[in-house]
Ligand binder design. Structure first.
Ligand code: BGC
Length: 761
């Protein structure tokens, strides 16, 4: 294969001349549709079915290579997923692609896809962490970096963004989401699409995005991955679907179906989702791919009898491309012969895929962008990309508690760095890191030493890893604490405790961490805690024992320097929670935009379990919607986060107190940094529709802004709220804004803020 290394350039040039002349001028939609027609008119049914096949590289071995190559040569493969080119040699992409474009019947290039979820080789914070930045620009830039790196290796399609809404931190994949809110997820998910796809999908450094998992995957019962989702149509349309709709409107190239069932129908064979909503209602013209093996999994679901039946169900529901399994290859031609799937349907599916391949301009750019190792070296983990990852990480940390302003640390303090994650190069990367490599991780310990000096930092992990229950390291940790002015505990969850198939029923700090923290707190030294985790954790007494708490998620390659800068106040913490942080697992699901009940809980009517007398018939006034032990509030609300400063909200003003259906209301308030350091505040716009034809959420996020204010500085923020933003699905399932009274808030989080009122005529 070695001599092939000179081929790609030549072949690409030749192909450009021979096969893509009509495309060179402009890739207009009409050109693309014409080209699709031309191709379809020449392709055999076998070749068409071949375009629908997405083969999984990971399931092959070296011995399979000749057969794979032959399949490509025969036009039986449309693309590959998760090719690890080091498995074969550093030109695997180029070689497979060469066969496709030179030797297959129509020369249609292969599409290489991968789970580029939060970075390719430069790993950014996990998506849930990125969401905590509330910064679409940061997310766009991060996705751009990932696209530039991945495309260097020939990858032109990523299985991201994951825009599933989830209200369940037990679910391991919540780490991959952008949180619980449809508006925040829409804004951030769209930014991710824009970052991956760039201004032009045809730019060789762009990736086609893939919104997943369609739909309702994040509502898996009990947080058990792959489990059933039961979502009423209104909730589906108002909460779970808006991020997909927004991404489709932004030009997202593909959509992945969900493993799970939605109201008892698998996502892989659900015409309501992949035909009616996606195609007919939204006009999506990209392609839909199944999830990995999900076509065949309809058999254990008890929905398909066998592979033939599964192929028939998926293809008829509008799943264009089959990931990993080969039921389409085996059965679609047969199903067509027997009249159970039509040639027109097949052409449609192929056209959807070719459309994206053409928009990606794969004919002109079929080969890895980098071409050779030296060029690749210049792109991958460049200084500029590492700097982007570091600045992204800095904006994702959420300061949740800071008694007596323990943070920022001072350089004249001796700090005892304790806990299993201060020096954990792999764990800080988080879930879904195909190419991420811990050997490039910048960890916290050296970064702290660099800022404060060697002598100011003492280190004893206490526990070897997050689940460690062996207390043999406690003594050394306590001894280190005794020598220090401040304890910095860095713990949380290993990355393997989150992600796909890695849900937890008990979301407390794993291992003996809570015991270690308790013993450290007993020393009486001030204790600051940094949590790295893929989900909010149940904190129990640990929260009282820590004087300060910073949620760092899994921050990625540059975790160390980013955290150290924020801990020492060189940068200020600016993240806000993208989800409600539960008191305990038993409070899940808890989310800010819940519906009103007939007995809403308030702080006044909420009775604590230890206040109840024994032997009484009924305790009053405790019968409201709450839990005796956990109350009615989350531990920290959606949108919450502190800074090293303080902010005051004042002078709420509405441009009018009544708007009509075509009007826009402007809502303003003054935000003042009343502290003495520069800091970032994220004012949030919420509304409540007081009376509806169906019950309405107690609050809904409708806008937000990140503003940095110097000490003492004030700024007026103004949000525009169009009447159309007040729409929801009514009793007849029509999207309408109903006339009536509304509350509106400009707020630092979902539980606070300045309140105003207006009426919609
Ligand atoms: C996951 C998808 C992922 C796919 C390909 C599946 O198991 O659910 O999110 O994109 O694998 O790796």
């Amino acid at each position: 294969m070695k001599k092939l290394r000179t081929w790609p350039g030549l072949v690409a040039a030749l192909l450009m001349l021979l096969t893509t002349l009509p495309l060179q001028a402009a890739q207009s939609d009409t050109d693309i549709e014409k080209r699709i027609e031309q191709l379809l008119s020449k392709m055999t049914t076998r070749e068409k079915v071949g375009q629908l096949a997405l083969r999984d590289w990971g399931t092959y071995s070296r011995e399979d290579m000749p057969a794979i190559k032959q399949a490509i040569r025969d036009g039986k493969v449309g693309g590959f997923l998760n090719v690890n080119f080091s498995d074969v040699d550093d030109n695997a992409f180029a070689e497979l692609q060469r066969i496709a474009v030179e030797e297959s019947p129509r020369g249609i290039p292969l599409l290489f896809g991968q789970d580029v979820i939060h970075g390719y080789e430069t790993i950014f914070p996990i998506p849930l962490g990125q969401a905590a930045s509330w910064n679409p620009d940061l997310i766009r830039r991060g996705a751009r970096v990932a696209a530039r790196e991945a495309s260097a290796d020939g990858i032109r399609w990523t299985f991201a963004p994951m825009i599933d809404i989830s209200r369940d931190p037990r679910w391991g994949r919540i780490a991959e989401t952008l949180g619980e809110d449809p508006y925040l997820t829409s804004v951030l998910g769209t930014a991710m699409v824009e970052g991956f796809q760039g201004d032009d999908l045809g730019d060789p450094s762009s990736l086609a995005a893939c919104g997943k998992h369609f739909a309702g995957y994040g509502a898996a019962e009990g947080g058990r991955d792959y489990n059933s989702a039961y979502i009423p149509e209104r909730t589906l349309r108002d909460i779970y679907l808006p991020p997909f709709k927004a991404a489709v409107d932004a030009g997202m190239a593909s959509v992945m179906s969900s493993y799970s069932t939605l109201n008892d129908i698998p996502g892989t064979a659900n015409p309501l989702l992949t035909q009616q909503i996606l195609r007919d209602e939204w006009g999506f013209d990209g392609f839909v791919v199944s999830d990995w093996n999900s076509v065949m999994e309809m058999i254990p679901h008890g929905f398909a009898r066998d592979a033939r039946h599964a192929a028939k169900l998926a293809a008829n529901a509008g799943i264009d491309m089959e990931m990993h399994t080969d039921t389409y290859e085996h059965y679609l031609p047969l199903l067509i012969e027997e009249g159970e799937f039509s040639k027109r349907q097949l052409d449609n599916a192929v056209a959807n895929i070719l459309r994206i391949k053409l928009r990606l301009d794969l004919w002109q750019h079929p080969y890895p962008r980098a071409g050779n190792a030296a060029a690749r070296e210049k792109i991958i983990r460049s200084d500029a990309f590492l700097a982007e990852a570091e600045s992204a990480a800095e904006q994702t940390f959420v300061l949740l508690k800071n008694d007596d302003q323990l943070l920022p640390l001072r350089k004249d303090q001796t700090v005892a760095v304790i806990g299993p994650l201060a020096e954990a190069p792999h764990e800080q990367l988080g879930t879904w890191i195909y190419n991420g490599d811990k050997k490039y991780s910048h960890t916290l310990l050296p970064a702290l030493r660099q800022i404060a000096g060697e002598s100011r930092i003492v280190h004893a992990p206490g526990l070897a890893y997050s689940r460690d229950t062996d207390r043999k390291g406690f003594a050394a940790a306590l001894a280190a604490a005794e020598k220090a002015d401040v304890i910095l505990y860095v713990g949380g969850e290993e990355s393997i405790l989150t992600g796909e198939g890695h849900s937890r029923g008990d979301i407390r700090l794993p291992g003996a961490q809570a015991q270690l923290v308790a013993e450290l707190a007993d020393t009486g030294k001030p204790l600051a805690m940094v949590l790295m985790a893929g989900r909010p954790l149940q904190l129990d007494e640990t929260l009282q024992q820590a004087d300060a708490l910073m949620m760092a998620w899994h921050p990625g390659t540059m975790a160390g320097p980013a955290l150290a800068d924020v801990l020492y106040g060189e940068k200020s913490p600016s993240g806000r929670l993208p989800l409600s942080w539960p008191v305990g697992a038993g409070q899940i699901p808890i989310y800010y935009n819940h519906m009103a009940t007939g007995r809403p809980a308030t702080d006044e009517n909420y009775t604590r379990i230890d206040e109840i007398e024994t032997g009484v018939f009924q305790h009053q006034p405790g019968n409201s919607s709450n839990l005796l032990d956990y109350g009615h509030r989350p531990l920290f609300p959606f949108g919450y986060g502190l800074t090293y400063s303080k902010f005051r909200y004042s002078d709420l003003e509405l441009s009018t107190d009544e708007i009509g259906a075509d009007d826009t209301l402007r809502v303003s308030a003054t935000i003042t940094n009343t502290g003495d350091v520069v800091a970032t505040e994220i004012p949030q716009l919420y509304v409540r529709d007081l009376v509806g034809s169906v019950t309405r959420p107690v609050r809904e996020l409708k806008g937000f802004e990140r503003i940095e204010l110097a000490a003492g500085e004030s700024r007026r923020v103004t949000f525009s709220l169009g009447a159309d933003q007040l729409a929801f699905h009514n009793a007849e399932m029509q999207s309408v804004a109903e006339p009536g009274e509304f509350r509106v808030w400009i707020a630092p989080n979902a539980e606070a803020g300045l309140e105003g009122r207006f009426t919609l005529r």
